[in-house]
Design a binder for this molecule. Sequence first.
Ligand code: FA5
Ligand code: MG
Length: 468
Amino acid sequence: MDARLPYGLLSEDYSLPKRRHIKMRVQLLNAFWRATGGLQRRSFHSSCYCSGVVDGRKPAVPTEKKITIGDVTYERDSWTNITPKVLEHLGRNLHLQQYHPLAFLKRRIENFFYKNYPGRSRSPLFTLFDNLNPVVTTEQNFDSLLVPADHVSRAKSDCYYLNENYLLRAHTSSHQVELIRMGMNNFLVVGDVYRRDEIDKSHYPVFHQMEGVRLLTKHDIFRNENLATELPIFDPNGLRTAEKQETHTLDAVYILTKSLKTCLNELCQELFGKDVEIRWVEAYFPFTHPSWEIEVKFQGEWLEILGCGIMEQKLLVNAGADDKIGWAFGLGLERIAMKLYGIPDIRLFWSVDSGFLHQFQVDDPYTPITYKAVSQYPQCINDISFWLPADGTFTSSDFYDLVRSIGGDMVEQVSLVDEFHHLKKSRWSHCYRIVYRHMQKTLSQEEANKIHKLIEEAATRDLRVEIR
Ligand code: FA5
Ligand code: MG
């Protein structure tokens, strides 16, 4: 249990056609969100809260009286506490990058759901939303989720408010009700979330969550139609106990809980391997009952990775899904990626240092990668361009070996950044970027230049290239 987190108890793969289908569905839905982007400018008191897509290329600009995010301007008021530093994180979309540990993890979890929950006519059961606007209304973030008016999670000290009515979502649960209202029964939401949390190795004010929601009818629950007509899922005169809500029957909650726990246990095993040590801890969320959190062992300590539970029926009734019951979960992508890749500190995910990013430059998200600490000292970057010998004997691997044998541990990375064929000369030219960095001290540019010169001389002599 993470005592500092606000929603908890104490305070907080497949066939090509299928993949293409998934992509098309998601593209269509995301296009829908883009087209309805203007809806987010509806009055706060409107009964329909749709969020659009924030354009990652448009910078968030805090001006004196107004804050502009994408095309929308928000008036500041006494609730405004957003800082330019936090606004800088908007639009980074780490979960949508081609090469990033969070994007790999997101794809692996999506694949888990596509594989384990096939829908009819080969389309996946779960629909993915990964580009919803992180600016939400207080109604979306709190009221729609039955968060009481005086709940600690609404405090200015806990959230980043644009003004009294709008904030940066504090969790992906903010989109539950709008999506259920749209008719979604099984969906995943992935996105950046913002909290005025402490910063330490497992807490950061901006992190990424993945939400999962699964709604089931009486027939889905009992499968067998005879049972479905005999056993009810709702109890009009029931009592709320530690095991269930007043409106649910114990039979229905038992089966729903088993469905949730099986799903998340299998997801943990898929990600961390069959022998992973996890534990289920009872928890409290205003929007689920009963509720749990899952913790995994990381670097000798229990680390909370997700919250989940049986969705409050009142929430489903308000969202127009009163004939269904459901479960939901919200997991922290950074925490899981830390364990998966051995990344010791959550701040590293925001690194633009090529020493970090280069380690995740693989096409297959299932590639096992163990993060290697990079030096904290600054990098020196030098390029080398040369004509290749005309006899075709040159190979890039020979060059990489040569660089390593001369630069040793001072070379952090070597990559081919450009190649072209000169038609008249009938020769190839390569350009490599070499990143120099010392593990124990700051390497001066002069020192890097000396090693670079030695590499140029050795390449000319041993590989018969012609420096340009
Ligand atoms: C929530 O955010 C709930 N919305 C989860 C939920 C969804 C419960 C649906 C029930 C149904 P919580 O505040 O515990 O719960 O955060 C969920 C996960 O986000 C945590 O388990 C953790 O993995 C991650 N997390 C929370 N705060 C931080 C932080 N500051 N830095 C990094 N990860 C965090
Ligand atoms: Mg928690």
